[in-house]
Design a protein around this ligand. Structure first.
Ligand code: BG6
Length: 467
């Protein structure tokens, strides 16, 4: 971050009484305040039957339900909290906000609202001349496809320069996701083998035990590919595959990541298997004949000298047997089997476990004690921690307030990611029904090469080796 970047001096969140504020924003604010780096007016904006005391009560409930109430930090949050209650279409709402902002000249606006309202809110801010010097944080999904993402970007750019737009993908704020980059570039032993000569394939699985739980209406608009593949999981692939940024280059990390996105080959219909768990159509807010996918398995290739020909198998689904997100980078087997010759899928690997627990482990083979030269697969545990110390929203909101955009997504990267999935959105591919509690439709195997198979993450870490 350049030293000239100044911190925001007010935090304004639109959608103050909504779900995102309740589940993520209030808890992140309390944590930031507890950390001692967050002294500024906090202004919630929404049209609601609540008054300021009602909003405070909601904030209290929110932090109690998400991480626990910290009496001192919450008292400070409560004291800094203002509420502008009004319709976004009413210029009076923005006059109230203008007054609440007082002398603040570098507000951070968090648009925790549906994208259809972005233009209305941005125009309202321009109407009271409160857009200069501001930053704006916007939530995914950034559009529904490439062309709507471009339209959304044009809307935002009418009022804010690209440098002031912070697109949140909470995955980038996760500790183990950051560690992907760190582990890759801080260790010399990986670089020589992190390429097509040595890597056989890569699997990324994001399994969720829950269904759509009261989010049926939202989910109907997105489906698994738009909800998590286009953003979280392609971001993970970009971090796994990007080149190291040149030394000291400002924003070099985002430049390299963007190149990785551009190298991803747009998916063909034969690269994708979509599934829907049985019973999804009976969820609240879901059409009885919905063809929206709750599971997607994808085979992706990157056209770069480092990665050409290496398949990236990506899988995400709801109502799977357990919740876990894992990456498995599988290496090729030794070229000449001196001893036993296990199948390719049992080769050495690096496994990054992103959730619910966090670990990095290496898969290797060792000789089984005894008279024969035969071995077993073991795992060398590199690192294991119970969970994230810092929540993604705490990290990302703190960064946005300080003006550090490193972990935020650029317009070009968002559009490149949409170009990858655009050809397979909607009904472009068949939909297969799967039973809740299974690993998705059996058809998901079809995108795998004959010798490969999906590796299903375990619910509890099992380490055969030592750390
Ligand atoms: C969100 C998706 O972006 O990520 C949800 O909209 C999904 O459908 C969630 O459940 C998963 O995030 P996490 O941090 O719980 O793994």
């Amino acid at each position: 971050m350049p030293s000239t970047v100044q911190s925001s001096d007010a935090f304004v969140f639109f959608g103050a009484t909504g779900d995102l504020a309740y589940k993520q924003i209030f808890p992140a604010l309390q944590r930031l305040i507890r950390g001692g780096h967050f002294e500024m007016p906090i202004i919630g904006v929404a049209k609601s039957a609540l008054d300021l005391d009602g909003l405070r009560a909601r904030a209290r409930e929110s932090v109690a339900a998400h991480g626990g109430l910290d009496a001192r930090a919450f008292a400070a949050l409560s004291a800094h909290l203002h509420f502008v209650n009004g319709d976004y279409r009413d210029p009076g709402t923005f006059r109230q906000l203008h007054a609440a902002l007082g002398r603040a000249s570098r507000p951070l606006y968090y648009f925790a609202i549906p994208p259809e309202l972005f233009a209305t809110v941005a125009d309202g801010l321009v109407g009271v001349d409160r857009h200069h010097g501001a930053r704006v944080v916007v939530e995914k999904p950034f559009g529904r496809d490439c062309s709507s993402a471009q339209a959304l970007n044009r809307t935002l750019h009418r009022s804010f320069p690209e440098s002031a737009i912070f697109r949140i993908d909470h995955y980038l704020g996760k500790e183990p996701v950051q560690n992907l980059l760190y582990f890759r570039f801080a260790n010399a032993f990986l670089e020589p083998i992190w390429n097509r000569q040595h890597v056989h394939s890569v699997q990324v699985t994001m399994a969720e035990e829950i269904g759509v739980h009261g989010r049926g209406r939202f989910y109907e608009e997105v489906g698994a590919i738009r909800d998590v593949v286009q953003n979280h999981l392609l971001e993970v692939v970009a971090l796994l595959t990007m080149e190291a940024p040149p030394d000291g280059e400002r924003d070099g990390l985002r430049d390299e990541k963007e190149r990785a996105f551009r190298a991803m080959r747009p998916l063909a219909t034969t690269d994708v298997i979509r599934g829907q768990f049985r019973g999804y159509c009976r969820e609240e807010g879901v059409a009885p004949d919905s063809r929206v996918e709750t599971f997607a398995a994808v085979r992706l290739f990157l056209d770069t000298p480092r990665w050409t020909g290496v398949p990236f198998y990506i899988r995400a689904g709801k109502c799977l047997p357990l919740s876990a997100t894992e990456i498995r980078v599988l290496f090729k087997c030794p070229p000449h089997p001196v001893f036993d010759a296990p199948p390719a899928r049992e080769g050495n690997y690096v496994r990054f476990r992103l959730s619910p627990d966090i670990s990095i482990s290496l898969g290797a083979r060792v000789k089984r004690p005894g008279g024969t030269m035969a071995g077993d697969a073991v795992e060398l545990l590199v690192r294991q921690v119970a969970g994230d110390d810092m929540t993604p929203y705490e990290r990302l909101l703190g960064d946005a307030v300080r003006g550090d955009a490193t972990l935020f997504v650029r317009e070009a990267a968002v559009e490149a990611a949409w170009r990858v999935v655009d050809p397979v959105l909607g009904q472009a591919t068949p939909l297969h029904v799967y039973e809740p509690g299974t690993w998705g439709p059996l058809e998901a195997d079809q995108i795998m090469a004959a010798a490969d198979e999906w590796h299903n993450p375990a619910s509890v870490q099992k380490h055969a080796g030592c750390s």
